[in-house]
Design a protein around this ligand. Structure first.
Ligand SMILES: NC(=O)c1ccc[n+]([C@@H]2O[C@H](COP(=O)([O-])OP(=O)(O)OC[C@H]3O[C@@H](n4cnc5c(N)ncnc54)[C@H](OP(=O)(O)O)[C@@H]3O)[C@@H](O)[C@H]2O)c1
Length: 281
């Protein structure tokens, strides 16, 4: 599995990791086998959240990573309604207990809510000083949110921005990715398969993926994931609830696309116009 520097953290993190949204709805044995197969194959970045299954997904993760915590880059998220200074501290403690660990590698604000960012970030700072989190980041932040966050904490503090990114939703390429690259913030692409609505083999785009996949003895999903991480700032976290799916996703690590193939995918799944409200960076 390819590793990359994760924003300013000085940590090398797997370019393809593992999501866990709805993982608790799968059979427990299958869900834990999927995460473990993923870990075996180098997908050591595991993304979870207190939101997922109201904590049940974190418990599945705990079971899957038991005995191999040190090999994992473990990420969880605080809900905006808990993201006051005190609430963030308490939410983190609850996540640590469910995950049966004493630290997170990265802790994210799931999305912006009513609490001032200053309060959430002050809690993140304190958690970091206490060794309960190694780094922290944000999620679902657009450029104006990122500007505001950066004004509060300066450069080199925000580890990542976790955002929606898949072949049919490339809006972050307009301004969010350039902003993150300028400020050294890792971009983590969530829902890389469109949350289960992956382009089918009978669609024009699906055929392009299939043809490119065949040329590499790969699969359309592996081609899609590799396209998403073609820029060095980007990571991705597909969710799989079977070991077979996890194994396929991990295979992306060895795949390399040519610039002609990237251009073909770019044409088949166009970026779409830049919203006029976006600043030019
Ligand atoms: N920060 C945020 O606001 C936010 C929002 C959404 C998601 N996320 C994170 O991003 C992760 C990924 O996004 P997502 O769960 O929305 O969706 P996704 O990863 O785009 O898609 C998951 C779907 O793809 C299927 N799948 C995975 N690998 C497959 C394979 N090799 N072959 C066929 N099907 C495959 C899964 O099926 P099976 O389950 O049957 O394997 C599941 O139905 C989440 O789990 C979560 O950790 C974060």
């Amino acid at each position: 599995m390819e590793l990359r520097n994760f924003g300013p953290t000085q940590r090398e993190v797997a370019v393809v990791g593992q999501g866990t949204w709805y993982l608790e709805t799968a059979k427990r044995a299958s869900a834990t086998a999927a995460l473990r197969r993923g870990l075996d194959l180098g997908m050591t970045h595991i993304d979870t959240a207190e939101l997922y299954g109201s904590g049940a997904a974190e418990e599945v993760v705990a079971e899957a990573i038991a005995g191999r915590r040190d090999a994992v880059f473990l990420v969880s998220k605080v809900l905006p309604q808990n993201a006051s200074r005190k609430g963030t501290m308490l939410a983190c403690e609850r996540s640590l207990a469910r995950l049966q660990t004493n630290r997170l590698d990265c802790y994210l604000l799931h999305w912006r809510g009513r609490y001032p960012l200053e309060d959430t970030f002050a809690a993140f700072d304190q958690l970091q000083r206490e060794g309960k989190i190694r780094s922290w980041g944000v999620s679902n932040f657009d450029v104006s949110d990122l500007d505001e966050a950066q004004k509060i904490v300066g450069d080199g503090r925000i580890a990542c921005n976790q955002v929606l990114y898949h072949l049919q939703e490339r809006a972050i390429e307009h301004a969010v990715i350039p902003w993150c690259e300028k400020h050294g913030v890792a971009v983590v692409a969530y829902s890389p398969f469109g949350h289960g609505s992956f382009p089918g083999p009978r669609t024009a785009g699906g055929r392009v993926l299939q043809e490119i996949a065949e040329a590499h003895h790969a699969t359309p999903r592996q081609v899609a994931l590799r396209f998403l991480v073609r820029r060095p700032s980007v990571f991705t976290i597909p969710k799989a609830s079977t070991a077979e799916h996890a194994g396929e996703n991990a295979g992306t690590g060895d795949l390399r696309l040519t610039s002609a193939e990237i251009a073909r995918i770019d044409t088949a799944f166009p970026l779409g116009p830049r919203p006029s409200s976006l600043p030019v960076l």
